[in-house]
Ligand binder design. Sequence first.
Ligand code: SIN
Length: 530
Amino acid sequence: MQERETDLLVVGSGIAGCAAALAAARRGDEVTLATKASRPEDSTSYWAQGGVAVARGDPETFKQDILKAGAGAADPEAVDVLVSAADGAVRDVFVETLDVDFDGGSEPATQSRRASGYGDEAFDYGREAAHSEARILHVDASTGRHLLAPFLSHLADHDRVEILEDTAALELVTHEGRVHGAILERDGERAPCVAGATVLATGGVGSCYRRSTNPATATGDGIAMAALAGADVADMEYVQFHPTAFAGGEGGQGTFLLSEAVRGEGALLRNGDRERFMPDYHADAELAPRDVVARAVKQERERTGEVRLDVSSSEARRRSEELGSSGVSPLDFESEFPDLYAECERRGVDPADGIPVAPAEHFLCGGIDVDTEGRASLDRLFAAGECARTGVHGANRLASTSLLESLVWGLRAGEAAAGHDPEPVEAPDLLDRDPAMPDGFAEEKFVRLRRVMDDYVGIRRTPDDLRRAAGVLRRLKGEVDAYTRTRTSRSLYELRNAAVTALLVARAAAENDRSRGCHHLEEGATVDAD
Ligand code: SIN
C-alpha cells in the first residue's frame, strides 16, 4: 500500500462521510475517502429505514420535539443549527444533487417541489414516535439505501474525490496536538495517509451489543482512535435502544429493524397474552418516546415471554385510520413496507400472526465532542454522523434525525475542514512483529464484551452493575492492548476499538447518577426525568 498525501482525509462512507467529502470537494479540496466497507451495505446509513425528518418550514416546532426527546440534555444551539439547515440541505443534496425520489409525488409534483422546496403537501411525509407532526421524507421504509447508493456513485464520478474501499484507518497521525491524517490498512499492508485535515465519520457501536440494528462493521473505530489520540468525548452513556427489532435468536442472530414508521402507521404492540400493553405505560402508547417503549417491550417480554408487532388486526387498522399519516390508511404492511415484509418471509414469519420483536442497540447519542462545525478538541480533527457528539440528541434521539444530522454536520465539517495543505510529518511505525494470534482470540473477547454490555450497560442499569462492567471492561481492554502492542491485524484493531468504546460507555454511565432518556437507572438515581 502506497503512502499518500491529500488535502482532506475522510474516514467512513455513510451519509456523514459522503457529505463531508462532497462539501470539501465543492470547496476545491482533493479528498481521500477511506472506508473499511467493501459494499454500501456495510454502512449503518444504508440500513436506515424510517427516513429523513425535515422542518417543513417550521423549524421551531421541530426544535421543540428534538429538545423534548433529548430529555433536557440537548444543546439548543446545536438543535437550532440542525433545524435551520434541514430543509435547505435536504433539498440541495438529496433532491437536487442526487435526484432522490422521495415517496409521494408524481413527476409534475416533483418538479414543483424542486421549485418551491418544502412546506407543500406533495410529499408523503411519515410520522414517527414523539414527532408532533408528520415530517419524515422516506423511500418505502428503506430510505438509507436510496440515499447512500446514489451518493456513493456521485462521489465515485467526482474528479476531486478518491474512494479507497476495504481500507481501514488504524490510528490517527498526530504531532504536537494537531492531527495529520491516519495510518491506513488494506489487505494486511499499512501506510500513512498524510492529510491537511481529517474527518471521522465511522458510525456507531452496535458491535458492542449482542442484538443491534447496525451492521457488524460498527465497532466504534473513530471514537476509539480519537479518544486514544486525546480528543474529548461526551455523552457516551446515552446509548439508544430501538424497541422493535426482529427478535431473532437470543444471540441477536437474524435480527433486523422494524421501523418505527410501522407503528407510525398504526401497528400495535402485544405481549405474550396477546394484550396491547403500551397504553398502560404512556399516554402516547406505541408512539411514546423510544426509551419508554424499549423498556416496556423488555419488561413485557420478561413477564409474558414475547412481544409481537401487530400489523393486521382490526384494532391496528382502526388506529391506522386515526393516525392517518401516510394517506394510505388503513395500514397495509405488505404494500407499504415491502422490504420488511420480504425480510419476515425470509425468516418464515407470517406478519399476519404478529412479528416477534425485541429491543436492540440502535444509536449512540454521544461520541467525539464537536462544535457546530464538526470541529473536535484536537486541531484539524473533525467528526460527523453517529461517531460525533454534536449536542443535538442530548439523552435521547428523536426518530429520523440521524440521517439529517449526518447530512448537516457532514456538510459543515467538510466545509470547515477544507483548505488545509498536508504538512510533512513523521508517522508512527506500527509494529507487526508477531502476526500470529491465538485461534479464536478476537471472537472470544467480543463474546465477553457483548455479554458485559448487555447484562450491565443495557436498557436498565444500576450503579453497582455499571461499576462492575467498567472493571471487567478495563481488564478486557488490558488483555487486548497486550496484543495491539505488537500486532496490527484489522480484526484486532476492531476489537481494540470496541473495547475502548465500551469502556468509555460504561465509565460515563457509572459516573452519571442522573437517570434520564436512554441512561435509565433502576436504583441509586438522583433524578428521574421520565
Ligand atoms: C426507524 O426507522 O425506526 C429508525 C429511525 C431512526 O432511528 O431514526
